[in-house]
Design a protein. Structure first.
Length: 168
């Protein structure tokens, strides 16, 4: 696990490809108890004068329980050879299997009081700043509501400060 901390301003990647096409793992908890899930919705930018990441998590996702209980979570970006692992983490709930990590072929490790994924190329350590449930009455384009929320299971939006960036 040869990660080194790097300055966020030195990152050279396209967040549209990195998040929506390559996907990321959202991980929360600690070394004793943690969970991870695949996400392809999110963003990075500046808010309140800080570098931030936004993630969107549906209420039924087990990882949400870990994010809600903890101040920090991580975003881990894996190389393409871990596509199967990303698929497992996006379709298997840690609530329903004995060891989701083993099933995905991944290894969690503790960093700054939260958990991350050892196989990642880059990791953002994030500190929660804001959370809000997406509400149906706030949709300006109603098609987004009907297309993406037929079950009315609206995402919780989290805005988190990126406090540390690690690279292999």
């Amino acid at each position: 696990m040869a990660f080194k901390e790097t300055d966020i301003s030195s990152l050279k990647f396209n967040p549209f490809d990195k998040i929506s096409k390559q996907w990321m793992l959202v991980t929360a908890g600690n070394g004793d108890s943690c969970n991870t899930m695949t996400a392809s919705w999110g963003g990075v930018g500046i808010m309140w004068g800080k570098p931030v990441a936004t993630v969107y998590i549906r209420p039924q996702r087990y990882t949400k329980e870990f994010i809600d209980k903890n101040e920090y979570f991580t975003l881990s970006f894996l190389p393409e050879e871990y596509r199967r692992s990303l698929n497992v983490c996006g379709s298997v709930s840690g609530r329903n299997v004995e060891d989701k990590w083993q099933e995905a072929g991944l290894n969690p490790f503790e960093i700054d009081g939260t958990a991350a994924v050892e196989e990642a190329e880059e990791i953002f350590v994030c500190r929660k700043l804001y959370a809000q449930e997406m509400l149906p009455e706030c949709f300006i384009d109603g098609e987004c509501d009907t297309k993406w929320y037929p079950e009315k299971d609206y995402h919780m939006m989290y805005i988190a400060e990126i406090v540390k960036v690690l690279e292999k």
